[in-house]
Structure formats: C-alpha cells, structure tokens
Design a protein around this ligand. Structure first.
Ligand SMILES: [Zn+2]
Ligand SMILES: [Zn+2]
Length: 134
C-alpha cells in the first residue's frame, strides 16, 4: 500500500516534469494542470502545486519571478534569458549565450556576495505587434 502510493507520486512528478520540459511556454501551475490532466485525468491542482515545489527544491525546474502576480515555471534549467510580452504576458526563451561571469563581475564591483540575479527582457511579441501594412 505504502509502496504503491509512493510509486504513483513518482509517476505524477515524472509526467509533470516531462510536460513542463516539452511545452517551453513557461506555464503557470494552472496552465500546467490542464496540460497534465490530458495524461493523468484524476490529478488534482494541489498535487500539481506540491510536485512543482518538490521539483523546484530538487533543482529540476525553475520558477520565474511573478512580475504580473502569477508564478511561472520553466523546465529548462540551463542558463538562459527570458523575454516577456507586455501585452499578453507570454514568456519566451532568449537563445543567446549567457554571460556566466556576470555575477562575478557584479560581486567585484560592489563587494556583495552575489547569490543570484533576475534579468528579464520586456517587449511586444510577434503575435501582439501591430501588423505593418504594405
Ligand atoms: Zn504577446
Ligand atoms: Zn525559459
């Protein structure tokens, strides 16, 4: 009984992680819940929240700062930048090399012990940009 329960938890967490890595849209917990339900119809929103927390603690996913009041999740943990659309709120990955020395440079300049940083670009995504007439 105990083992079966544990096994189900692991399977749920695995599906949540796989779907989050697949979508690349940086979904909110609610959005991910609807995606995961296609595969696990009986999963609850609370379970999705709990597993996202666990995955975050294990360093398998990232949390994006809640600029618009909504926490978003990212299945890509290799260093990369983000750009957020100020109209629709979508968050896209920026496929540029990340300056891995940035934290060290900031520490040297300020004397701070730097533990992390938040750098996010803002703009209007292609879908929201007004179409140019020709
Ligand atoms: Zn947009
Ligand atoms: Zn990302």
């Amino acid at each position: 009984m105990q083992v079966e329960r544990k096994h189900r938890m692991t399977r749920q967490r695995q599906v949540i992680l796989e779907e989050l890595r697949r979508v690349k849209t940086h979904p909110t917990a609610d959005e991910l819940y609807f995606i995961v339900r296609q595969k696990l119809p009986r999963i609850s929103l609370a379970t999705v929240y709990r597993n996202l927390d666990l995955l975050y603690q294990e360093g398998k996913i990232l949390k994006l700062p809640a600029v618009d009041g909504v926490m978003r999740f990212d299945g890509t943990v290799t260093p990369h930048y983000h750009i957020r659309c100020t109209k629709c709120g979508r968050v896209s990955d920026v496929m540029l090399d990340v300056d891995l020395n940035l934290e060290r440079k900031v520490a040297r300049r300020t004397g701070y012990h730097v533990t992390g940083y938040v750098l996010e670009f803002e703009g209007v995504c292609p879908d929201c940009a007004p179409r140019t007439e020709h």
